[in-house]
Design a protein around this ligand. Structure first.
Ligand SMILES: [Mg+2]
Length: 263
């Protein structure tokens, strides 16, 4: 096992805490390694297997900025729940999550076309999602400044969410703290593991830790991706784990709550 003893001890504490247990994990950079092109992202098979085992004893949710269809395709595990599009889509009904606004989709598309024409011929990658648009500048970090300038004047009802070499334009409202609140309201967990790697996840990690104050057992883990890891994510978490250890961590937790896998 490559998990350090302090982290393993925290996971044992979580497994011993009263259930039900909720495991809420971000997708890109957390369950799946970051790759140069978002369309090439994959959750490693061992991580998918661990999620499937864990879903036999806990509520397991993917909380992501990807849209719902893409998230389901990336994590095709029976029994998984999803809060996608930064809280604008989900696999279950929740009055806490905002309803779609068709007028906003038109305004977002107009913004996208204007950015696309300004950055034609550059390495900017534009990812259109069900409810939002992500502008990736991973291939040329120097595009960050001109991109921010191009996005300075936003249509009404649209907000920006910065991430690791990406800026996303999405409907205002929601966010991953609301996503976690919707999961808590729906599944009433008494212990929670939250995992995230990026600025979008900070609110979810803080919300998981805040549940301690309400009598639940919360464990918030920052998933490190080298020098890119935002310090805000580390300070919002109880402990840090390398992205390459996430599958092992989930398998260990599954074993703690389910017993060893059958041969
Ligand atoms: Mg992420």
């Amino acid at each position: 096992m490559t998990l350090d003893e302090a982290l393993a001890g925290r996971l044992r504490g979580l497994a011993r805490a009263p259930g039900p247990l909720l495991v809420a994990g971000d997708l890109d950079g957390t369950l799946a390694p970051i790759v140069p092109r978002p369309e090439d992202a994959r959750v490693p098979p061992a991580t998918l297997a661990a999620l499937e085992r864990l879903a036999g004893a806990a509520r397991v949710a993917v909380v992501t900025g990807r849209d719902l269809a893409t998230a389901r395709a990336l994590a095709p595990v029976p029994g998984l729940e999803f809060v996608a599009s930064h809280g604008h889509e989900s696999s279950f009904e929740s009055s806490l999550l905002p309803a779609p606004d068709p007028a906003l989709a038109g305004r977002l598309e107009a913004l996208t076309r204007s950015v696309a024409s300004r950055f034609e011929g550059t390495a900017l990658r534009i990812e259109r999602k069900a409810r939002s648009v992500a502008f990736h500048y991973r291939a040329d970090p120097a595009l960050a400044e001109p991109l921010r300038a191009a996005l300075a004047d936003l249509p009404a009802g649209v907000r920006l969410q910065a991430g690791r070499l990406v800026i996303e334009a999405l409907p205002a409202g929601a966010g991953k703290d609301i996503a976690l609140a919707a999961l808590v309201e729906r599944f009433r967990p008494r212990s929670i593991l939250a995992l995230g790697d990026d600025l979008t996840d900070v609110a979810m990690l803080e919300a998981a830790r805040a549940l301690e104050a309400e009598g639940a057992h919360g464990l918030a883990l920052a998933v490190a991706g080298g020098a890119e890891t935002p310090p805000e994510v580390v300070s919002a978490a109880d402990a840090v784990v390398e992205q390459g250890q996430v599958g092992e961590l989930l398998a260990y937790l599954a074993e703690l709550v389910m017993g060893p896998p059958s041969p």
